[in-house]
Design a protein around this ligand. Structure first.
Ligand code: SAM
Length: 228
């Protein structure tokens, strides 16, 4: 997957994407990522990218033209028009179903807003989908894009050691995962469930399924309802 990100803070993305599983995916070439500084595409001599909102109101709004030009530059550079997602608190709330759809794309571009948001006209003209990471407002789209890209990239073929790593995890099948334990067998007088050290694979699998069902019913009954 080839990913382009339009942002006023490329360093926030570049730095964080170098770390851990995602950093390894980038180094191995499974995925490529390039950030683009929107400010570089401002025609203003002071490189301004924001202005006052028409009709009044708090704060500033990101202007349409620098964003439009950044996207034009990406289309020219890539020789194709990538699917464009904007991180936005008004978008569809991110979930594993959206990730399953996005991971199939070969080319993806993401727009990060700042200030009070982005001039609606450029959203209407170039954005294909708005995605939110939850019903709250952050100061910019950079933290949301890190959340979104981490969730997408870890499901790409070859990033984790096998697809089972994410397919058995919480939310993939609208279930929460069973509890996990590691050594030592006894910690603070609490023992690891006996079945997990029994060596009986069938019983272990049954236990994991039972636990997963019980935890989902207890913590996220809404997921159980969605499944039926
Ligand atoms: N005034 C806007 C509103 O009330 O809908 C909020 C603007 S927010 C301060 C600035 C930018 O942060 C947004 O354009 C978006 O890119 C990003 N952002 C903030 N919260 C977000 C969320 N929950 N999900 C995704 N992006 C978010």
């Amino acid at each position: 997957m080839k990913i382009d990100v339009m942002t006023l803070f490329p360093e926030m993305i570049d730095f964080n994407m170098e770390i851990g599983v995602i950093g390894r995916a980038l180094k191995s070439g499974i995925v490529s990522l390039q950030t683009h500084q929107i400010r570089e595409f401002s025609s203003d001599k002071h490189k301004r990218v924001d202005d006052y909102p028409f009709g009044g109101g708090e704060g500033m709004v990101m202007m349409a033209e620098p964003i439009f030009r950044t996207f034009e530059h990406i289309v020219e550079l890539r020789k194709y028009r990538p699917f464009l997602v904007m991180m936005s608190p008004k978008g569809k709330v991110l979930n594993q179903e959206i990730i399953k759809k996005i991971r199939k794309l070969e080319n993806l571009c993401i727009l990060c807003g700042r200030y009070e948001g982005v001039d609606q006209r450029v959203i209407d003209e170039i954005v294909d989908e708005e995605i939110s990471i939850g019903d709250y407002v952050l100061s910019g789209g950079e933290i949301p894009v890190l959340v979104f890209l981490d969730a997408v990239i870890r499901t790409l073929p070859g990033v984790l050691s096998s697809d089972d790593c994410f397919k058995n995890e919480s939310h993939y099948n609208k279930m929460l995962e069973h509890p996990q334990y590691t050594r030592p067998r006894v910690w603070h007088e609490k023992k690891v469930p006996e079945v997990l050290i029994s060596g009986n694979h069938k019983e272990i699998e049954d236990w994991k399924k039972e636990q997963s069902t019980a935890i989902t019913k207890k913590c996220r009954p809404d997921l159980v309802q969605k499944k039926t």
